[in-house]
Every structure is written in structure tokens, then in C-alpha cells.
Ligand binder design. Structure first.
Ligand code: SF4
Length: 493
């Protein structure tokens, strides 16, 4: 240690930082012999429509524009209170619809955190439970397949701290990149290579995914059976999960579809619904099929098959389709798709939603950071669970899991850009705001002496020199997140 280095104590790493340098996380620096927070505190206002403006902190004689009355202070750039023996960096009073409110603002360090990814695709990404790797390091696993989507679970304390140093470092870096909206390429053992980026289409083995399926094969039959009636004798919707056959399906029966003598190679579930017609893959409907005829056994004349019978085979996205006519030997022969059927295939495609990656950050806010909010931490947990205290992350809505602790999830696209950070313990850093009525805050043992309104907060600054930035609320998916209020009591505008 050289004498001019000073120690940052904002996380357990305890960096000694030389003048003009930043610590290991780049969040704190040594500026003229003082530890400073390098990023501005992000504040949000509906009164700001674009861009944003910088607000100098701790300038008591600042004669700049006053801050908008609806300014909401987020945890982004606010700093941490590690090891949480002191009040949170900013405890801000405000009026929301005439009610006296308090927002406790902090940047939390999450050793217990993960990322849940939903990838809208039927294509086979890898077996359930398979390890997901980034740069060869294990960072998570494949979990359940949901309706038209494959779920991935990344991070978690075991990958962050329970494996090798490289595993923890890569896991942390991967989660940080995903949470900040960057693309991450990952490989799945026994499966595909996928590029994941929040709010963007997944890229599976180099091919951007375009469409999320309209439904399973059975659902597709249910949706479109009436539109095929009279245009074709048989329709098979090829799907890795449930392949549908219209003449046997309940929807076809109700509509009076005649038997065709078709036979499907697969496990028949209920009439017109077949499981496991193929193996999972990157072909038709999430199977490995490139030729859909592989799932057909010889047709049966005694059950309705006849020369000239017409057959449409289509995938659940409408991206793959083929039309056949049975010849004299009852063998399907390819034929051009009639224009009348082309419109029905286009309708499947039109009803598919765009394929996207959704990234949710999940963390446990039930640890020592609660002491920065209240002297009696369990009361904060109860208040959040009871809906009195509203938890937001960078101003974004969160979902708090029922049960013990304060385990929450947030869609990373609803936070301002660059909201997440890290420390090399390794752990992620995420902004948090706890908003509740002032009276409730006092009652749960809050740090009343640390409450300041926004002008005073800006005039006095925080523990570390910093600046602020007022920005418009993020506009994710075309809708502005609501201004935080308190569930069941006061809602923001
Ligand atoms: S990693 Fe960052 S927060 Fe932790 S001690 Fe170093 S500079 Fe401070």
C-alpha cells in the first residue's frame, strides 16, 4: 500500500485506490484524496420528455433550474451502505397525491441472485437440466419448456461462489451483461448455441428466430379447423409437443370432418393429438423433421383413404408447410399449395407473436441491507409482504414472491440503461427503492433523522461526493412504468 492510496469500504473487497484511479468495480474512485461515486444518481420525472440533465450535488448555492416536483430518486448510482450499520444512502420524503411518503434508496449487493430467461421458440435448445456455459464455464441450466417458450435459469449463489473463481467471474459477467441489455452467447450441453439479449429475438445456432408458435398442434387445429373445412381433406399440424390431426381431433369431429385413413407414427394421447412424433430439434415445429412425411405410416383404405385425397401439413408457426395428393397406391405426392389454402397458412403466421428473449433479474433483498432502511429489519419484510411498502428497482415494478424474505423479480428492460453493476466478490449490484407512507416508515423503526426532501438531498449530497441526473421514465415496450406509489393505499399518476 502506498501512502496516497485510500480505502473504499463500500463492499467486502475493500479496495485501496490510487489517486485518479477507480476501484475494482469502477463504481468508486479516488478523486483528490476522497472516495467518490463515479456514476450519477439517476432520478426520474414525467416532466422530462427526452434527454435528461445533470444536477450537481452538494452545491448549496446552486442557481440551476429547480427539480420537477415529481422527481423520483432511484437507487441507480446512489451507493451502498455495506456493511449496513448506517442508514441507506438517500431516504427521501415526498408527496404522492397529497400523502406524505418516504422512499428509501440504495444500491444492493446481491450474492444471492440469478437471471431467469424466457426464450420464445419451439426449437430444441437442449435437454431439461442441461448445463449452460459461457466461455466454457457453467453459468446455469435449462429448465422447463413453457407454452411456446424455453426457460433458462442462470446464475444463483452456487455458480457465483460455489465453484471455481473463473466460474464465479464468468457467471457474474454474464448476468451483468444480460441485465444491462447486452447480448450473451451461451452454449447448452447436448444442445444449441444461443445468443440471448433482453427484448431481442434469440439467435439459435446462428439463425435469428422470427416467430413464436401460434399454439401447440392441437390448439392450432382448434383455432383454424373451421377455416380449412371444404378446402382440403386432411390437415396435420406438426409439433414436437402435441401434433394435431384435424379429421380425428374433437374440433374436426364437431365440424363433421370425414375419416381419412391417416396413420401417425407417434404416441396417441387423445383423438387427433399425438405426442413424440419425432425427436426435438431445429426442424418443423421444434422437431428434427425436415420431411414431415416421416411421421406418416401407410394410409388405410378401409378407414377412408382414397386416391386424390388432399393433405396439408403445416408447422405451428406456419413457416413450414407442404401440400400432397394421394396417388393410386395411397402414397402422398407433393403438389403446389392451392391459393385458397395459402391464405390459411398465412393466417397462422399472422397469428404468431414475434419471438423475443425476456430477461428477469431475481434477487433476495431480505438481508442486511434492510438495516439501512429500519432498525428492526423483519418489520420491513413484513411491510413489503403486506403490501404497505412498495419495492421498485430503478423505478421499475417488481414482483415480490410470497413466503419468507424479500425475493423479487424485475424485467430488466423496464429499468433505465446501465442500472446494474457488480463487485468482484463476485456479486451483482442492483438499485432498490422502498416506498411507503411516512407514518408507516416511522412505525417500522425507520431512520427518521435521515429523511430529507429532494431539494435538501441535492443540496447536501450523500456520504460520497456524486452528481445526479434527471431522466424521463423509461418507455419499455411502448408503455411507461407507473410512478411508484403504495399498493392498496396511494398509486402514483
Ligand atoms: S469493488 Fe468497488 S465497491 Fe468494492 S471496495 Fe472496490 S471500489 Fe469499493
Amino acid at each position: 500500500m502506498t501512502p496516497e492510496k485510500i480505502r473504499c469500504d463500500a463492499c467486502p473487497v475493500m479496495c485501496y485506490i490510487a489517486p485518479g484511479q477507480t476501484g475494482a468495480c469502477d463504481r468508486y474512485a479516488n478523486a483528490d484524496g476522497r472516495i467518490v461515486r463515479t456514476d450519477p444518481v439517476v432520478m426520474l420525472s414525467h416532466a422530462i420528455e427526452s434527454g435528461g440533465r445533470v444536477v450537481p450535488f452538494a452545491l448549496r448555492d446552486w442557481d440551476g433550474d429547480p427539480l420537477p416536483a415529481d422527481t423520483f430518486v432511484t437507487g441507480i448510482g446512489s451507493g451502498t451502505t455495506y456493511p449496513d450499520y448506517k442508514p441507506a444512502p438517500f431516504i427521501v420524503s415526498s408527496q404522492i397525491e397529497g400523502a406524505d411518503m418516504v422512499t428509501v434508496v440504495t444500491e444492493a449487493i446481491f450474492s444471492y441472485c440469478g437471471v431467469k430467461v424466457k426464450i420464445d421458440t419451439d426449437r430444441f435448445l437442449g435437454p431439461e437440466g442441461a448445463t449452460i456455459r459461457v466461455g466454457g464455464e457453467p453459468v446455469g441450466h435449462v429448465t422447463t419448456a413453457e407454452y411456446g417458450s424455453q426457460m433458462l435459469s442462470l446464475g444463483g449463489v452456487h455458480h457465483l461462489t460455489g465453484g471455481s473463481k473463473a466460474e464465479g467471474r464468468v457467471t457474474c459477467a454474464s448476468m451483468l451483461a444480460l441485465c444491462n441489455g447486452e447480448a450473451v452467447e451461451m452454449t447448452i450441453d447436448g444442445g444449441s448455441t444461443v445468443v440471448v439479449q433482453a427484448g431481442r429475438p434469440p439467435v439459435v445456432d446462428g439463425r435469428p428466430e422470427r416467430r413464436m408458435r401460434v399454439g401447440c398442434g392441437s390448439a392450432t387445429i382448434g383455432m383454424f379447423a373451421s377455416q380449412w373445412r371444404g378446402l382440403v381433406d386432411e390437415v396435420v399440424v406438426v409439433d414436437d409437443h402435441i401434433t394435431g390431426v384435424v379429421s380425428e381431433h374433437q374440433a374436426g369431429k364437431v365440424l363433421g370432418w370425414e375419416p381419412t385413413g391417416i396413420r401417425i407414427r407417434g404416441h396417441r394421447s387423445t383423438p387427433g393429438r399425438y405426442f413424440r412424433v419425432s425427436e426435438p430439434g431445429l426442424g418443423w415445429g421444434g422437431t428434427k423433421l425436415t420431411d414431415p412425411l416421416e411421421i406418416l405410416a401407410p394410409w388405410e383404405a378401409r378407414k377412408g383413404a382414397r386416391p386424390g385425397l388432399t393433405l396439408l401439413m403445416v408447422s405451428t408457426t406456419g413457416e413450414e408447410f407442404a401440400y400432397y395428393v394421394l396417388d393410386d397406391a395411397l402414397v402422398p405426392q407433393p403438389a403446389p399449395l392451392p391459393d385458397s389454402l395459402r391464405a390459411t397458412v398465412a393466417l397462422i403466421d399472422e397469428n404468431c407473436e414475434p419471438s423475443l428473449c425476456t430477461v428477469l433479474f431475481m434477487g433476495g433483498a431480505g438481508g442486511s441491507l434492510r438495516a439501512g432502511v429500519t432498525k428492526n429489519p423483519v418489520r420491513l419484510t413484513r411491510s413489503v409482504q403486506g403490501g404497505v411498502t412498495r419495492l421498485t428497482a430503478g423505478g421499475a415494478e417488481t414482483y415480490v414472491w410470497p413466503g419468507g424474505g424479500i425475493t423479487f423479480m424485475v424485467d430488466v428492460t423496464t429499468l433505465p440503461k446501465g442500472a446494474f453493476g457488480y463487485v468482484p466478490t463476485p456479486a451483482l449490484v442492483a438499485p432498490l427503492e422502498f416506498t411507503l407512507p411516512r407514518a408507516d416508515y416511522i412505525a417500522l423503526g425507520g431512520h427518521e433523522e435521515a429523511i430529507r426532501d429532494v431539494p435538501r438531498m441535492v443540496a447536501e449530497g450523500g456520504e460520497y461526493p456524486t452528481s445526479g441526473r434527471v431522466e424521463p421514465w423509461p418507455d419499455a415496450a411502448g408503455a411507461s412504468p407507473r410512478t411508484p406509489g403504495v399498493l392498496g393505499k396511494v398509486q402514483g399518476p
